[in-house]
Design a protein around this ligand. Structure first.
Ligand SMILES: NC(=O)CC[C@H](N)C(=O)O
Length: 229
């Protein structure tokens, strides 16, 4: 599996993604946002950061970067695509996943570890995850996922909710464990076809045992297992 990590002006988690995938013995290249060539990559990652300084709205400018034409065509062909944090915001702006990312209810940038409970049982990112809760870092100011009620029902019915925020035991529902006020505690979703994944927390920042937390690596390993089937 060949991974491509897109670098936008203002991306700051591109190297984290490259490092995590390299640690897992994957072939990975960086793709400059002005290019038009996906270099034969099977799996594209839009990394975290502050593309274009988060001007207008997070992800709103990056969504029109030249390489996004090829990224969108790749996704429409059924190719794998994952957006992490700012990457999720870009996916939402490009309408590749449902919903929008709004300012955190606290109006503050939040940087801390949270717990995630895997939800969808048939999306390759979550299907084999069996821990009740995964400890993963977040770092964002605009992470409040929102969809209207009808769309929320569709996401639930179609198994498109990937993760919900929870406590360390996997209990969902307490607002205190919802770090940004996301609707229905949602931390990540996928498209209906289940080849495009978006999540606010950063699994790539919890993938190296030297950093004391490898729960993110478990999620990325599940992704690899699923994508290689
Ligand atoms: N870590 C990130 O990707 C930051 C996301 C985004 N720019 C925000 O603050 O909401």
């Amino acid at each position: 599996m060949k991974f491509g990590v897109v670098v936008f002006p203002g991306s700051n988690c591109d190297q984290d993604a490259v490092d995590a995938l390299t640690l897992m013995d994957q072939q990975v290249v960086k793709l400059w946002h002005k290019d038009h060539d996906l270099q034969g990559c099977d799996f594209i990652i839009l990394p975290g950061g502050f593309s274009y300084g988060d001007y207008l709205r997070t992800g709103a400018v990056a969504r029109f970067s030249p390489i996004m034409n090829e990224v969108i065509a790749h996704a429409k062909r059924g190719g794998y695509l994952m957006g992490i944090c700012n990457g999720f915001q870009i996916l939402a702006e490009a309408r590749l996943v449902p919903g929008v990312l709004l300012r955190n209810t606290s109006q503050k940038y939040v940087c801390k570890n949270i717990y995630l409970k895997p939800q969808s049982t048939d999306a390759l990112l979550t299907a084999g995850l069996d821990k009740p809760a995964y400890k993963i870092p977040i770092a964002h100011g605009d992470g409040r996922y929102f969809v209207d009620n009808d769309t929320l029902n569709e996401l639930n019915d179609n198994g498109q909710v990937l993760f919900r925020y929870c406590d360390e035991f996997g209990n969902i529902g307490e607002d205190i464990h919802n770090p940004n006020g996301s609707v229905d505690h949602i931390a990540g979703v996928c498209n209906l076809e289940k080849n495009v994944f978006g999540m606010m927390p950063h699994p790539e920042r919890a993938a190296d045992s030297m950093l004391g937390n490898t729960d993110g690596r478990l999620i990325l390993e599940q992704l690899l297992k699923g994508a290689l089937v």
